[in-house]
Design a protein around this ligand. Sequence first.
Ligand SMILES: NC(=O)CCC(=O)C(=O)O
Length: 289
Amino acid sequence: MSKNLRLILIQHRTAGDAKEENVQYVLGKIRAAVADEKRTSVPILVVLPELFNSPYGPQFFDKYAELIPDGYTSKALSAVAKELGIYIIGGSYPERDPQNPKTLYNTCTVWGPKGELLAKHRKVHLYDIEVPGKVTFKESSAMTPGKNFTIVEIGPAKIGIGICFDIEFDEFARVYRNEGCNFLVYPAAFPIYTGELHWELYQRARAADTQSYVTMVSASRDYTNPFVNWGYTMLVDPWARVIKKAGEEEEIIKADLDFALADSAREQLPVFRKRRTDMYDVVAKVPLK
Ligand SMILES: NC(=O)CCC(=O)C(=O)O
């Protein structure tokens, strides 16, 4: 059986102030990226950036929030996944809690080729930072953290999902590795300050820790936005090598992932097997399903 997956990462700009305008702009990018793909039995997976339907900032979350799967963004992603027969990891967008409309989550949805919602990940670690004179952000002032791990299987890929700041927590990635994941996907929005310091470092670190493919997908850099994204959407392989990297502008990254590489890396350098779980361990404290 093929161990391959065709991956398409979309680094796009925020098109405007209206949610509908942003979503339609991204749908256009997805259609254009998939149009020249050869159709084989290898699944095609498209990944979008964090908060792709809006500018990024606590002041925007309520305006752009919607119910999942009944809101505009969900319906659009579901329809385009079905139209093109592809999988989509839909970056993230603000989700309104159906029971408590004032409660919002930063949520990633995953869509299958029949337009079905395969999974939903609510960002677990909210991004609060205060570096005087450099960057101040308090996501927790407007969002509620999620409480679940999210694993989805697409062809040979067993994917652990996180959103941006989730990548900083090695224990979180370790739980995915414990569950047999071979690909960690983080839609992201780093500011320039931490982008310069940590963007590549964390992706390579999590890839080395877990001997998995790792990607972070960013929006392109736009100095007219209130939050200026780092850009540099990246893909790292299970040996922690950077195999694809965008620049700062809009860009589409395409790659064929061969998961036999994760198997052989794990066989040749048996880090997971050599753990001393008689001395230490990392365990999930919530159910994984
Ligand atoms: N959107 C985010 O969660 C930003 C995370 C970030 O910049 C980091 O340093 O981590």
